[in-house]
Structure formats: structure tokens, C-alpha cells
Design a protein around this ligand. Structure first.
Ligand SMILES: *[C@@H]1O[C@H](CO)[C@@H](O)[C@H](O)[C@H]1NC(C)=O
Ligand SMILES: *[C@@H]1O[C@H](CO)[C@@H](O)[C@H](O)[C@H]1NC(C)=O
Ligand SMILES: [Zn+2]
Length: 424
């Protein structure tokens, strides 16, 4: 008996050890704000960003006099601080223990598998996929499941097409992609909120949006990465394909348009690794093929990310403006105004290169240049800029307000795109 119990106990302890070892933890990882006051200091920070994965630069190193948030592994702390001091770079400690914050999320943010589907918590991939799979039978003849190919770990990139059969044989098309960056949980949550509103809202504006357009919506463009943020590392951003000694490429630096020319890394371990070649990731390759198959059927392309509250349009690889920039600007203006109306949420933005930073290989640029979608936008959802620690972890209580204001913005965006004559 005793032996048996000891054995069971030993097995349990072994299991605990394994599961602890597998989940990334950030115990005693500190978070600092650092600021480069000249180009020399900026260059030093860029070098740091690219050379060590014991340091996580949460927003990337782009501008002088801009606060940059860095997560520092405990063993790296002495050298990190010495290097900053040796180079005269200012820093402020803003958090002692990142893990304490992540632990809080685990109990309050993630829905149990047993509950129904809603927008008060964040869901695991399977739960959302089960909900998506239930929609065709709840809305027969209106919702069909679509697949944007497969992920590296052989998951489906599952989406829905919403198309009311109300006489029009072909309606203008709107493509919405979310979750390409794994840790930006508010993006898929907002996409599913919009799916649900399109199908259930009694508001005439929203019902018209559902009835007058063909919608193609993919809440999880990077399913492997999203699963990994639940099982293993909440701050994961990339895909999960192995590259060299590290894993994953940045799927929003991997599209085949001026690929890896600027604002992406060639270091396999970097969070902005562009991949060994364009479309090296199965997710971007297969989704791009699916999008290409819709050529002529979609006129507006939208990509959801977080965070910083930006509305962005092409290009990311150059400060040259797109030919129809004036139209982009008009749509931008009405969208930002509409998003702010309900809760006063303040968005800014513009062309990617100038408004945030150079970044080549993003989906919105590729879609603009390759499939005839002359209107292509990226929305960086809540929270606002400089939301370190909570940036990628927007409280679940904000999913619905974010969904509401984003839908207000999309309604205004679509109306303006229509007025400008793009939906033909
Ligand atoms: C957009 O709004 C800005 C600021 O109000 C204004 O200067 C600009 O002319 C507007 N652009 C267009 C195309 O309406
Ligand atoms: C209907 O929805 C639109 C778009 O989200 C919104 O701007 C408007 O305020 C809503 N109308 C009502 C009566 O709620
Ligand atoms: Zn993103």
C-alpha cells in the first residue's frame, strides 16, 4: 500500500515538474522604461534588441526620445543596467516581477471550457472554433465555414463567410483578418464580437452592413501562436515553425511585398524575424493563396492588431504615399472620429511608415498591392500607447466596449469607402 501511494505521489510530482518546466515563467523579470536621447544611444538599444532574447523589447526600438519598454531576465539584470549606464542611456524601473501580473490574468481573464460563448472573457482556440463551427447550422444559407489553409502544426485557419442571399448575385466584399500576432488577444475577441453583431444585431446600420456585403472573417490567422500563448508563453508573438536555434517568424513581416527590406530582423530569435524568405510561414503562404482566390471579390481589407489605438494604411516599407492617399486620409478621418464617439477613445495614425515605424512585409501592404483591394487598413486596438505590462493583456471587461467602438469605426469606414466609389 505504502509503496503504491509513494509511487503515485512520485508520479504526481514528476508530472508537476514537467508542466512547470514547460510553461514560460517571468518570475523576477523586471520591466524598465528606457529612452535613447540621441542616434548613438538608439543604435545601441537596437543592437541590444537584436542580440539577446533575455531582453524583450515590447514595442520595438524606433525613435529617439521615445520611451521603450524592456522586460529583463533576472540573470541579465546586472549587465543590462551596466550597459545602459556605460552608454549614458536613461532608464526607470516600472515593475519588479512580471509573473505576478501574468498570474492575475490566469484566474480572471480566461474563460472556463464549460461556460457558453460570450465576450466577457478570452477563449482558448478550440472554444472559438467550436463556436464558429456552430454558426452555419444556426444561420443556414447565410454563414459558411471557410479555411485559409493550415498552420505549421496542422491546425485549420478557420473563418466564416457571411453572405445574405437577398437578390444581389455578387456583393462587394470585405476581408477581416485578426490574431496574426499571437499575444494580441483583443484582436480575435473583437473579430468574433463583430461576427456575432453582424448576425444578431437589431441595429439597422449593422444589419445593413451584414446584408449588403460579403464578409470573410478570420479571427485566428496564427492559431499555433495563439495556442502557445495559452499553454506556454503568454507573451509569444510569432508562428511556431522552427528556424535555426529558435522558433517562429513574425507573420506580419513575412508577406511577399518588399519583404525584409526594412523594419524586420534577420535574426531567427528576434520577435520581428522576417523568416528565411517571403511566405516561409505556412500561415501567410496559405492565407495569401486564399485571399488571392478572392481577387475581384474583395474591395476592403482590414487587419486587427493591438495595441496603441492606431488606424494605419499603406505603406510600411517606404514613406512614399499610396496613389490614393487622399482617399485613405478621408476614410481615416471619419473612422477615427467614429471610434471616438461612444467612449471618447482617442485613435491616431496614418501611413504605417510615418505614423509608427518602417515595417515591410505586412499583410495590409501585400493585400493593397496584390489583390486589387485599393482600401486596406490595419487597426491597432486598445489600449493606448505606452500601456506597458497591460498592453497585450487588456482586461476582459473591455472586450465589449472595444467591440462596440470598433464596429462604430468600421461602419463609418465602410460608408466612406462606399461614398468614394470603391465598392464596385
Ligand atoms: C483629415 O483631418 C485633418 C485634421 O482635421 C485635416 O487636416 C485633413 O485635411 C483631413 N483630410 C481629409 C482628406 O479630409
Ligand atoms: C447603430 O450602430 C451604429 C454603428 O455601430 C452606431 O453608430 C449607432 O449609434 C447605433 N444606433 C443605435 C440606435 O444604437
Ligand atoms: Zn500586431
Amino acid at each position: 500500500m505504502l509503496l503504491k501511494y509513494s509511487l503515485i505521489l512520485a508520479l504526481c510530482l514528476a508530472a508537476v515538474a514537467v508542466s512547470n518546466a514547460e510553461r514560460a515563467r517571468y518570475d523576477n523579470y523586471r520591466v524598465y522604461k528606457v529612452t535613447a536621447s540621441n542616434v548613438k544611444e538608439l543604435a545601441f538599444l537596437k543592437k541590444m534588441e537584436d542580440s539577446s532574447d533575455s531582453l524583450i523589447f515590447l514595442e520595438g526600438v524606433h525613435d529617439v526620445n521615445n520611451e521603450i519598454e524592456v522586460v529583463v531576465a533576472p540573470h541579465k539584470l546586472p549587465d543590462f543596467l551596466k550597459a545602459l549606464e556605460d552608454n549614458g542611456i536613461d532608464y526607470v524601473l516600472i515593475e519588479y516581477n512580471l509573473q505576478a501580473h501574468l498570474d492575475k490574468d490566469d484566474v480572471t481573464q480566461i474563460a472556463s471550457r464549460a461556460g457558453g460563448y460570450g465576450w466577457k472573457e478570452y477563449y482558448e482556440l478550440d472554444t472559438t472554433y467550436t463556436w464558429l463551427q456552430s454558426l452555419p447550422s444556426s444561420y443556414p444559407g447565410i454563414v459558411t465555414l471557410i479555411e485559409g489553409g493550415k498552420s505549421y502544426e496542422k491546425r485549420s485557419i478557420l473563418g466564416v463567410k457571411i453572405s445574405y442571399k437577398n437578390g444581389q448575385s455578387q456583393k462587394p466584399g470585405i476581408f477581416l483578418e485578426a490574431g496574426i500576432h499571437a499575444r494580441e488577444w483583443i484582436a480575435p475577441a473583437t473579430a468574433t464580437y463583430i461576427i456575432n453583431q453582424l448576425l444578431t444585431s437589431e441595429n439597422d446600420t449593422i444589419a445593413d452592413l451584414a446584408r449588403n456585403y460579403d464578409w470573410y472573417i478570420f479571427p485566428h490567422a496564427n492559431p499555433d501562436g495563439y495556442v502557445y500563448t495559452h499553454t506556454t508563453n503568454r507573451l509569444w508573438r510569432k508562428t511556431r515553425q522552427p528556424h535555426g536555434t529558435c522558433y517562429g517568424a513574425d507573420p506580419n513581416r513575412n508577406w511577399g511585398f518588399y519583404w525584409n527590406t526594412v523594419g524586420a530582423s534577420s535574426n531567427e530569435c528576434s520577435d520581428t524575424y522576417a523568416g528565411p524568405n517571403e511566405f516561409s510561414e505556412l500561415e501567410t503562404l496559405s492565407l495569401s493563396k486564399y485571399i488571392k482566390s478572392l481577387e475581384g471579390k474583395i474591395q476592403l481589407y482590414i487587419s486587427f492588431h493591438s495595441y496603441s489605438q492606431y488606424v494605419l494604411y499603406p505603406y510600411g516599407h517606404t514613406n512614399e504615399l499610396p496613389g490614393n492617399v487622399e482617399d485613405f486620409d478621408r476614410v481615416f478621418n471619419v473612422t477615427v472620429a467614429a471610434i471616438g464617439q461612444r467612449y471618447g477613445t482617442k485613435y491616431t495614425g496614418g501611413n504605417i511608415y510615418d505614423a509608427i515605424y518602417p515595417a515591410a512585409g505586412a499583410s495590409v501592404d501585400w493585400a493593397y498591392a496584390n489583390v486589387g483591394t485599393r482600401m486596406s487598413f490595419c487597426l491597432e486596438l486598445r489600449p493606448g500607447p505606452n500601456s506597458i505590462i497591460t498592453g497585450f493583456r487588456l482586461p476582459a471587461a473591455q472586450i465589449i466596449p472595444t467591440g462596440e467602438e470598433t464596429l462604430d469605426g468600421l461602419a463609418a469606414m465602410i460608408n466612406e469607402v462606399k461614398t468614394l466609389g470603391y465598392f464596385v
